[in-house]
Design a protein around this ligand. Structure first.
Ligand SMILES: Nc1ncnc2c1ncn2[C@@H]1O[C@H](COP(=O)(O)OP(=O)(O)O)[C@@H](O)[C@H]1O
Ligand SMILES: N[C@@H](CCC(=O)OP(=O)(O)O)C(=O)O
Length: 405
């Protein structure tokens, strides 16, 4: 597949710009995310009919179909990566729970039981179309640690090369509240980056971004967003449906990650998945704005949470903002929080403004002894290994390089 910036190849050799809906029918590799709200019945149980309906649409796209129209590059079939919520919902019935649990331990138990059920349902549904699925459970850590995301990337590439539909969810049973994505929206955007998707489709219970809460009389769907700043004034809430997590807020965070990385996004309701994939006027289309960035920098910029804050003096802020320098111990005035070497941290200027994010080379136990000292002095006193950068330039992403809102 051709991962190219700002567009996807059509079979006529032309490029469907990632700034228009033409990118959807032309996309060779698509990440589709379906939220809990679209997979859950009012009683909190998994909606198997909705799951099968989605699989029918996705399988048709994988197979390629005349229905795509003769001018469509994807008629030879596309690769689909599915990011699906629904594990907790699928665990309610088997565990005999009266309602969807709210406490973390019971949610983890429900997700543990439900994830198996969920994948079994997808396995059956895709098998009806002669397709196999492969379960991939990710944690936020998998998107931060270089060794982990490289593993995830390799595994997803192999699944796709084997013609398998990867089915991704967060590894809910083992993730703690602090380390969780919680919503699957950002996970989907990061997965889209990981597999270098040509497009991301976010399926939910509302047919797009509205110019205000959709329940408000007169609220209208916004069909096209050229850049996210155009919708900066739109009121969105973090409260989703009864079962969803993160509401429209996490969807717009996902949109920021994907579009900033050169991947166009369609946000619509699950029932309109086929229309969205065909490039029809449904939901909201978000044009790609940025160019594809390196995996490493994207992971650092969008790490699920930072473990600490490193305070810089003015000189260090200037050096770091210059874009070429690493952060040295001499420019650090204070470290806050508990973190290990390799954890993501925020870099903060003397005015309290966040300058950027980076992977810190020392743990919070070691760092205080090094602060304000020159690397030369550190080497003299503490020996080799202590004369290195606090955050190496390659592990550092500046704030104005655009990280999550
Ligand atoms: N401006 C807005 N436009 C559209 N939907 C919005 C907006 N603000 C808040 N929402 C809410 O976001 C909800 C979708 O989020 P959520 O329930 O988390 O979905 P999912 O489970 O699919 O991830 C919608 O039901 C809608 O009520
Ligand atoms: N990972 C959880 C879903 C988390 C969640 O609710 O996400 P979403 O519906 O995308 O807002 C599950 O499978 O139940």
């Amino acid at each position: 597949m051709s991962a190219r910036r700002g567009g996807v190849a059509g079979d006529d050799g032309g490029v469907a710009p990632a700034s228009s809906r033409a990118a959807l029918p032309a996309a060779r590799r698509i990440v589709v995310k379906i939220g809990s709200s679209s997979l859950t019945r009012p009683d909190g149980h998994l909606d198997e009919g909705a799951l099968r309906a989605l699989v029918d649409v996705l399988a048709a796209r994988v197979a390629g179909s005349a229905a795509d129209g003769p001018a469509v590059a994807a008629r030879d079939g596309s690769q689909i990566v599915l990011v699906t919520s629904g594990a907790v919902a699928a665990g309610i019935g088997p565990l005999g729970l009266p309602v969807r649990p709210r406490d973390l331990a019971t949610m983890q138990a429900a997700a543990s039981v439900g994830q198996g059920q969920l994948v079994a349902r997808y396995t059956e549904a895709f098998a009806r179309h002669g397709l196999r699925v492969g379960q991939v459970l990710l944690t936020a850590e998998d998107t931060v640690r270089r060794s982990r995301y490289a593993n995830a990337q390799r595994s997803l590439e192999k699944l796709l090369a084997l013609g398998v539909v990867p089915v991704i969810n967060e590894n809910d049973a083992v993730t703690t509240a602090e380390l969780k994505f919680g919503d699957n929206d950002r996970l989907a955007a990061l997965a889209a980056h990981l597999v270098r998707a040509d497009a991301l489709v976010l399926l939910t219970d509302v047919d797009g971004l509205y110019d205000g809460p959709p329940s408000r009389p007169g609220a209208r769907r916004i069909p096209h967003v050229a850049q996210l700043s155009d919708v900066a004034g739109v009121e969105v809430t973090a409260r989703g449906s009864a079962v969803g997590t993160g509401g429209m807020l996490t969807k717009l965070q996902a949109v920021r990650i994907a579009t900033g990385d050169g991947i166009p996004v369609v946000l619509t309701r699950a029932a309109d998945a086929a229309a969205a994939l065909a490039g029809e006027d449904t939901g909201t289309f978000f044009a790609a704005t940025g160019r594809r960035t390196t995996a490493r920098r994207l992971w650092i910029a969008h790490a699920a949470g930072t473990e600490g804050r490193i305070h810089l003096d003015d000189g260090a802020v200037r050096a770091v903002r210059g874009g070429l320098a690493s952060l040295l111990p001499a420019g650090v005035t204070k470290a806050e929080g508990t973190f290990d070497a390799g954890d993501p941290v925020e870099l903060v200027g003397p005015d309290g403004v966040v300058v950027g994010r980076g992977l810190v080379a020392f743990g919070s136990a070691d760092l205080p002894a090094l602060l304000g000292r020159t690397t030369h002095a550190l080497r003299e006193e503490l020996g080799e290994g202590y004369d290195r950068e606090v955050v190496h330039r390659d592990d550092l992403v500046l704030e104005d390089n655009g990280f999550a809102p």
